[in-house]
Write a protein that binds this ligand. Structure first.
Ligand SMILES: CSCCC(=O)C(=O)COP(=O)(O)O
Ligand code: ZN
Length: 219
């Protein structure tokens, strides 16, 4: 349970960080059809004294308005009177913060993350394997020819059903989970690191897609 008192300065800083990332990702076409959501933690995880700023639900994330973000508590409920609704997927953010103690979470839907998740799920796998690609180092994994597995979760319509699977699905060293045919959640200690991780995941998904295509495994 959070008891945080957030200062106006903290709130404005969190909203400004989200605004910058939102605008950058929008310029890359990463929010098609109002999809995607972003959050940053405000307050202290170690003291269990934090809330987080998150995108409002259903907004066109390619435009900037004064009503794009709100603060929610660790249960995903608004901490201030507002007519804004937090992202429909706020509970997934809650579980990721709770489990990892991260500082920021970014979620985007792209064609590459959708296709690759569906492709491996249909093979009967619950993760996407990636091996010996330099960009794995963006996750701070420096082993030569590292092999990683990016967890895939089912894309239930009922978000609480997905959220309850999140803690056990999170793999050590892998700062992301992908929902089947839906999109990637990437996180980091702060917005800078979450962005680096998200960009690395997207690079790897495109790599896997193109590699499998070239290897003749997609027909
Ligand atoms: C139109 S995309 C369906 C909802 C979704 O997956 C998403 O990422 C955006 O939902 P939000 O409530 O955060 O706007
Ligand atoms: Zn989504």
């Amino acid at each position: 349970m959070s008891h945080s008192t957030i200062t106006l300065e903290q709130k404005q800083q969190a909203f400004a960080e989200l605004r910058d990332v939102k605008s950058l990702f929008a310029s890359r076409g990463w929010f098609p059809g109002t999809s995607g959501n972003l959050s940053v933690r405000v307050g202290d995880y170690a003291e269990n004294d934090f809330t987080f700023a998150i995108t409002a639900s259903g907004k066109d994330k390619s435009v900037s308005t004064p009503e794009d973000f709100l603060l929610v508590n660790q249960e995903g409920k608004p901490t201030e009177a507002t007519k804004l609704k937090p992202s429909a997927e706020t509970l997934i953010h809650c579980e990721i913060y709770r489990k990892t103690g991260c500082g920021a979470i970014f979620h985007v839907h792209t064609v590459f993350n959708n296709i690759v998740s569906e492709w491996y799920w249909k093979k009967g796998l619950k993760s996407i394997p990636v091996e010996a690609v330099e960009l794995i180092k963006a996750f701070n994994i420096w082993d030569e020819d590292a092999r990683i597995e990016i967890p895939i979760l089912p894309n239930y319509a009922d978000i609480p059903r997905i959220a309850e699977l999140v803690p056990d699905a999170i793999a050590p060293r892998i700062p992301g989970i992908i929902l089947r045919n839906h999109g990637i959640y990437a996180w980091g200690a702060n917005a800078f690191e979450a962005k680096r991780h998200l960009e690395a995941f997207e690079f790897l998904f495109e790599y896997v897609y193109r590699w499998d295509l070239l290897a003749g495994t997609i027909r």
